[in-house]
Design a binder for this molecule. Sequence first.
Ligand SMILES: [Zn+2]
Length: 352
Amino acid sequence: MINEKIIDSHLHIEAWKNDSGSFIDGFEEHREVSGLASMNICSVPSKYRILTNNIMLGFYKLAHPNTYIHGSVDHIVPPNRDDMPKDMDLVTQYKEIMELGFDGIKMLEGKPTYLKPLGGSLNTPSLDRLFSEMERDGVHIVFHVNDPDEFWDKDRAPSWAFPDWFYGDGTYPSYEEIYSQVDKILNDHPNLKVTFAHFYFRSKEPQKLIELFEKYPEVCVDLTPGTEMYGAFEDARDYYKEFFKKYSERVMVGTDGTFPWPTKGHAWCIDVLYRYLATDEAIMAFNDRILTGINLPKEHKENILYKNFERRVGDKPRAIDKAKFKAYIDKYKHLLENDSLKEIEPLYNKYL
Ligand SMILES: [Zn+2]
């Protein structure tokens, strides 16, 4: 157990249960083993649809109130069309989840696999309205944009990127195109309180990140692997030591730990991140590479381990409004899968 205050800012739930039990306690062992002060679970559009995932996170927080949650909006119809039912448009969904007690918004819309079925563009009227609201409200967003650039190049893409994460077949927006879409969003909404996941995939071009930091005071990144970034950090260790000092207010730790996978993976990851930031040890890290700790001064280290998260999201998680949570489930249950409804029913009876 690490004897220091840490918030794991980036976790996911992708299943109802694993060998150890229900998702409802899925990160409690991680909280204990890793000695976390708190953690933030983010909605993810994967096997379970977003609405279901949001509901799971709401129940998680009811069971464990010292848990932050970031919910997602569901593109029930793609955002490049404007025929979404009026009472389910993105802004309405956003307001509903914030009012019921979420702490922020998770967006995966910038990941190529997700962006493509949405029509390939983040610059749509409905997303623009959503960004306007979130900017005005000062709501924290964890935003996954892009993926490592080698995923567009068939000669450099790792074998495990095929076929799902290979983007070089001409049907995906290009790596640079996705960044320019986000440049436009930031230009239109310069005070968006956004934390780009996975170091914004800029570890090989930190200057590009610095440009954003200098231009937009609310932009941050997280250190969630993206294992490739740690290779780049090690290759330029002295540079990054200075970088993380200078921009310590713009970086947060997170593991991407995902239930149903066992705790030992998330606990190992937070331990690697902690030792990288807080010690000068040689650490056996990602992809069997040695990572050498940069031993940051206390003030900088604390910013990255928890202070930035608290500053941006709140020093404690918001409470769930049960009546609003009930109304949310009732409103959307006709869109949920039958097997999800079966799982939700006992939770609804127990917690609501
Ligand atoms: Zn993630």
